[in-house]
Design a protein around this ligand. Structure first.
Ligand code: NAD
Length: 499
């Protein structure tokens, strides 16, 4: 199928994918897949005003009824899984199973949010005053901007949107300028759910297309109380302070520099499988990709030899082929950054295995690379930097304390893991003196989180939490209520004020 046929099969019309100003290139072959219309700065105030109007109506709809819309969205996603997955592959270059997996993640969060719509609980709190009751009530907060990155072009939108909708908040979505087509397909799918739902307010979920300037309009507007932004630490460093400066609520999901500690007792067969999946899956373009391997010196050489062997047989190529495991990088600039990082690592004393550009047996025009293993003498500046490509830096350690210190000594704090069969080591890694990341795993890699847990990280990863657990609280305002059902007016803390 041609790129255009894939887009049309997913419901986009010729008019929607041609004649615009934003050219969208497929990473598969670099070919222009579409030219879509961009949202202009002049349109943004009306879009935000529509969202505010939608909020006035949506906040009054009972949460379980709001959940019904998300249930219908989940149904429509199930029905369109193949078509949307194919567009994820076309536009982000993910292999087929990862494209479908991303849509499955959307379905899963819809299921979660439907249940949540009947579980938006507040606490009841013991009051110190007789004849009084205290409680917490959770209220909708208002329009939620969702700014997303190219590498999870649809799942991140759904993590935010499924929760925001049941919490009573309208959504304005600005996808990456590299992946507007998947967003347009999602809006078609949502439209079908909205039609079946019947009476949702106009503009409950809106899509705006363009680059950082379109995002900035949302970031700077006081009428957009929540800005959930996923992307680079550089972007978060600009967006976070701007939202905070106008007293908005930023939810930041930024870069990671995820590590695995492999202890002497580790099941190495399992570790190798976990390392390969998490380091080369999505061509190293997951926020949770494994980027640093901290291996005990007694097993390090054996582990590196096994990895180099495993890397040598990985099928690299067209992500649309069922046998491919490593698809393209998003673009040539990304490949150049990978090559530059490898050069830098070499100059810092690194020994590089793989990492070369692949030009044969792959579609021409795409940026295909061999994944790289870089043995490093220590944790250098290059290792501390997130390069969004399949580079795995390997370092040795002697004591667990040393390994944990290396693991934590980077600016990012997203995901981490340890492979060990030693219970003391595992529990220490998960304890207050262990990993400083938002995600810490034992005997499983750092990537591929399930939606049931809260997702996010510390330090320069931004501190935000999305998806499961109680991440929904980020989309609501908490109100503490005290109710006096007595005939007296006692004051708290024993204060007397007789008038
Ligand atoms: P990016 O920062 O280039 O862009 C992300 C989004 O932010 C895009 O929509 C972009 O248009 C927008 N943006 C950029 N500057 C902006 C500004 N000043 N104001 C408003 N919006 C702005 O990131 P990318 O290259 O698309 O994605 C890769 C990065 O995303 C990696 O660092 C990766 O680790 C990170 N990421 C993090 C998570 C997470 O959950 N922690 C998930 C996915 C990706």
């Amino acid at each position: 199928m041609s790129h255009k046929d894939v887009l049309k099969a997913a419901g986009l019309s010729e008019a929607e994918i041609s004649g615009g100003t934003l050219a969208v290139h497929s990473p598969i072959d670099g070919a222009e897949a579409a030219k879509v219309r961009e949202t202009t700065a002049a349109e943004m105030p009306a879009i935000i005003a529509t969202s505010q109007e939608a909020f006035k109506a949506w906040r009054q709809v009972p949460a379980p009824r709001r959940g019904e819309l998300v249930r219908l969205l989940g149904e429509e996603l199930r029905a369109s899984k193949e078509e949307l997955g194919a567009v994820v592959t076309l536009e982000a270059g993910k292999i087929l199973s990862e494209g479908l997996g991303e849509v499955q993640e959307m379905i899963d969060i819809c299921d979660f949010a439907v249940g949540l719509s009947r579980q938006i609980y507040g606490l009841t709190i013991a009051s110190e005053r007789p004849g009084h009751r205290m409680m917490e009530t959770w209220h909708p907060l208002g329009p939620c901007a969702v700014i997303t990155a190219f590498n999870f072009p649809v799942a991140v939108w759904s993590w935010n949107t499924a929760l925001a909708l049941v919490c009573g908040d309208p959504v304005i979505w600005k996808p990456s300028e590299k992946t507007p087509l998947t967003a347009m397909v999602c809006m078609k799918i949502l439209d079908r759910a909205l039609k079946r739902f019947g009476d949702a307010p106009e503009g409950l979920v809106q899509l705006v297309i363009g680059g950082p300037d379109v995002g900035e309009a949302l970031v700077n507007s006081k009428d957009v109380p929540i800005v959930s932004a996923t992307g680079s630490t550089r972007m978060g460093g600009i967006v976070g302070p701007k939202v905070s400066a106008r007293w908005g609520r930023p939810i930041l999901e930024l870069g990671g520099n995820n590590a695995m500690i492999v202890a002497p007792s580790a099941d190495l067969d399992m570790a190798v499988r976990a390392i390969v999946f998490s380091a080369v899956g999505t061509a190293g373009q997951r926020c949770t990709s494994l980027r640093r391997l901290i291996a005990h010196n007694s097993i390090k050489d054996d582990l590196v030899a096994r990895l180099v062997k495993a890397y040598g047989s990985l099928p690299i190529g067209d992500p649309r082929k069922g046998t491919t495991l490593i698809g393209p990088l998003i673009d040539h600039a990304s490949r150049d950054r990978m090559q530059a990082a490898l050069e830098q690592a070499k100059s810092e004393g690194g020994t590089i295995h793989g990492g070369k550009t692949v030009a044969t047996g792959v579609p021409q025009g795409g940026a295909y690379v061999q994944p790289a293993v870089a043995e490093m003498p220590k944790q250098t500046d290059t290792v501390r930097t997130e390069t969004f490509a399949p580079i795995l830096y390997v370092m040795g350690y002697d004591t667990l304390d040393e390994a944990i210190a290396i693991q934590n000594d980077v600016p990012q704090g997203l995901s981490s893991c340890i492979f060990t069969l030693n219970m003391r080591e595992a529990e220490t890694f998960l304890s207050s003196v262990g990993s400083d990341c938002g995600i810490a795993n034992v005997n499983i890699g750092p990537s591929g989180a399930e939606i049931g847990g809260a997702f996010g990280g510390e330090k320069e990863t931004g501190g935000g939490r999305e998806s499961g657990s109680d991440a929904w609280k980020g989309y609501m305002r908490r109100q503490t209520n005290t109710i006096n059902y007595s005939a007296d007016l006692p004051l708290a803390q024993g204060v007397k004020f007789d008038i």
